[in-house]
Design a protein around this ligand. Structure first.
Ligand code: SF4
Length: 76
């Protein structure tokens, strides 16, 4: 767990090889994440982020399209 991110208001979504962090207050609702890969990011599901539903490379690729910084990742 990255304390540095959780202290800034990010919530951690744990995966086997990569953790995803999301800060709802920073989200600009561009939809790039859910359009980028609906297996990883799905708003109607709990948890809405499931890092293990795609490869580590795919998780990183989609998160790199987030324009606000609301999504971050930490590889293990
Ligand atoms: S890509 Fe980033 S800013 Fe856009 S909806 Fe997803 S988390 Fe929010």
């Amino acid at each position: 767990m990255s304390n540095e991110l959780t202290e800034k208001g990010y919530r951690c979504y744990t995966g086997e090889n990569i953790d995803v962090y999301f800060n709802t207050a920073m989200c600009q609702h561009s939809g790039n994440c859910v359009r980028g890969n609906a297996n990883i990011f799905k708003l109607s599901r709990k948890p809405w982020i499931m890092p293990d539903n795609a490869s580590v490379e795919e998780v990183k690729r989609v998160i790199d399209t987030c324009p606000s910084g609301a999504l971050q990742y930490r590889e293990k």
